[in-house]
Each structure stands twice: as structure tokens, then as C-alpha cells.
Design a protein around this ligand. Structure first.
Ligand SMILES: NC(=O)c1ccc[n+]([C@@H]2O[C@H](COP(=O)([O-])OP(=O)(O)OC[C@H]3O[C@@H](n4cnc5c(N)ncnc54)[C@H](O)[C@@H]3O)[C@@H](O)[C@H]2O)c1
Length: 279
């Protein structure tokens, strides 16, 4: 039977790990024998839908520990370089100086027509997704360079495979993630570091520590989260009921890219997008 190799004992830093897909990835890495640094914002961003809370971050740490692995919770707004520097340094201390895998997963979106773009929301989206992950990489990568080993997985989006209205700040930021993936893959190749991305389709929303992005966008459309999920999936994905994406589909791809099985993959954006890119 084929199995994912090389995840046991790995040290994994995940941004946006207190809820949604990041939490799902954290649990799966722990079940595969990895230890986790769970980084997440614990303060709301003004006018953005609800993000993680300090309670969710604590619950994440407790959940990973229940799975028999070590976990540190790192409250951090990745838009702030000094907070990122301090958090990565705490993660390195917790991990005895070694980060093996970095999952750049945190993200936020909003629905803004171009002619009514709210500049503070544009900043929140672009600063989190683009600059935030550049900061995290800036402080995590020297450790990987020094050891000539490491895997970076960036979370892009299916929106980079098709035109999507009302989300242009988010679409632009996710295109930047694809660009960063290629640029970092090239720059870090000589140090033996793999850099790839996963581009998810619309993910089924969930309450609490479930995925919150679709629920957040649904609220501004005045429809239910389930209706928004169905609508976005029906419009974007391949036709047919099969093409409905859940968090675990993305987690499977992230773990694959972090494993030894993906050692010869770098600079790749792996679409788990229910066919969006080909429509
Ligand atoms: N939900 C979807 O349909 C969908 C589809 C494609 C891609 N994605 C991407 O998947 C990733 C995870 O999204 P999700 O579905 O789990 O949504 P989510 O809202 O449940 O999770 C996003 C996480 O990012 C964190 N975060 C946001 N801004 C932050 C900041 N400035 N600093 C630190 N942490 C911050 C949030 O607190 C939260 O934990 C995001 O990058 C998102 O863009 C989501």
C-alpha cells in the first residue's frame, strides 16, 4: 500500500491554524506523528468576518496534545512584521531550532465591487495574504537554508484559475501566492527546499473551528452559508454533484506535498479545485 513517508517527528509551522483548513491540517500532521506550531490572529480585523479567537488557539493546542504530539500556540497578526519575527523565533525555540515544514495558510477575503473598494479591507486582504506570508517566510527560511532541507506549502485558491467578480483584491493576492511559489522555488532550490502551493475550490463552511470564509462572504450577500457554498461550487466547479470540496481534500494535498513522496516536486501549484481551472 502506498503511504506518505517522512512526516513522523517533523516540526510543522502552520499559519491560520486555530480554525478552518489550518486546524484540519494541524490535526492530520499530528496524526502522522508531527509536532505543531499553531500561529493565528486572536484579535478581530475591523469590518472583516470573524476570524480565530484566543479560545480557538487554546483549543487547537489542547486537541494536538490529546493526539499525543507537542504543540505551541502563537497569537500573531501576520500583517505585523515584528509580531511575525517574535512568533517564528518562539516556534524555533519550541522546536529546538528546526522548522521542517511551513504551511502558509492564513487568509481573509471580502466582497467589494472595484468601484466601491474599501481601502482598509484591500489592505487587510493583501497585507495578510501577500506581505504576511512574505514575512513568515523571511523569518522561517534561514533555518531551512542552514540545514539544506525544508518544505514550504502556500495556500492559493481556485480563483486564480478563472475570473471571479467582487473579489479582485483577494484574486490579486492569490495570484501573488502563485508567483511567490515559483519565485521561492527557484531561489531556494539550491538549498534543497521544496516550495509548492495548493489551490483549493470553495470549501464547505463550518461553525466554530470549521472553515469560516464562505460563511463570512455569505453574510455580506444576505444568504445562508450552505446556499453560498452550493452557489459558489455550482458556478465555479465542474458540473455534477461530485464536485463539492471539503477541508480534508485540501489537507490530503498539503500532507502529500510535505511528505517525502513529493521530494521531486517544486514550484508547482496543485489544483484541488473541482476542475475550476479547466472550465
Ligand atoms: N474557504 C474557501 O472556500 C477557500 C477556498 C480557496 C482558498 N481558501 C484559502 O484557504 C485558507 C484557509 O481558509 P479557511 O477556509 O480555513 O477560512 P477561515 O477563515 O476559517 O481560516 C482562515 C484563518 O486565517 C487566519 N487569519 C486571517 N487573517 C490573519 C492574519 N492577519 N494573521 C494571522 N492569521 C490570520 C484566521 O484567523 C483563520 O484561522 C485561506 O488562505 C483561504 O484564502 C479558502
Amino acid at each position: 500500500m502506498a503511504e506518505l513517508r517522512g512526516l513522523q517527528g517533523k516540526h510543522v509551522l502552520i499559519t491560520g491554524a486555530a480554525k478552518g483548513q489550518g486546524f484540519s491540517h494541524a490535526k492530520a500532521f499530528a496524526d502522522a506523528g508531527a509536532d505543531i506550531a499553531a500561529l493565528d490572529i486572536t484579535e478581530p480585523i475591523p469590518d472583516a468576518y470573524p476570524l480565530a479567537t484566543a479560545e480557538m488557539l487554546d483549543a487547537t493546542v489542547a486537541d494536538i496534545e490529546r493526539r499525543g504530539r507537542r504543540c505551541i500556540g502563537l497569537p500573531c497578526d501576520i500583517r505585523d512584521e515584528s509580531q511575525v519575527q517574535a512568533s517564528v523565533s518562539k516556534a524555533l525555540e519550541f522546536f529546538d531550532g528546526r522548522i521542517d515544514v511551513l504551511v502558509n495558510n492564513a487568509g481573509v477575503a471580502a466582497l467589494d465591487p472595484i468601484h466601491e473598494m474599501r481601502s482598509h479591507i484591500m489592505d487587510a486582504v493583501i497585507d495578510t495574504i501577500v506581505k504576511g506570508h512574505m514575512y513568515v517566510a523571511k523569518y522561517a527560511v534561514p533555518n531551512m537554508i542552514g540545514r539544506h532541507a525544508g518544505k514550504i506549502i502556500n495556500i492559493s485558491s481556485g480563483v486564480t484559475g478563472a475570473g471571479v467578480a467582487m473579489l479582485s483584491h483577494y484574486v490579486a493576492a492569490k495570484h501573488a501566492i502563485n508567483g511567490l511559489t515559483e519565485a521561492w522555488a527557484f531561489e531556494l532550490a539550491e538549498f534543497g527546499i521544496n516550495v509548492n502551493a495548493v489551490a483549493p475550490a470553495t470549501i464547505r463552511p463550518g461553525a466554530g473551528q470549521g472553515s469560516g470564509m464562505v460563511s463570512g462572504l455569505a453574510e455580506s450577500l444576505g444568504i445562508s452559508a450552505e446556499d453560498a457554498y452550493e452557489q459558489f461550487s455550482a458556478v465555479g466547479n465542474m458540473p455534477g454533484d461530485k464536485w463539492r470540496t471539503e477541508m480534508h481534500h485540501i489537507t490530503d494535498a498539503v500532507l502529500f506535498l510535505a511528505s517525502d513522496n513529493a521530494d521531486q516536486m517544486t514550484g508547482h501549484v496543485l489544483s484541488v479545485d473541482a476542475g475550476q481551472a479547466t472550465r
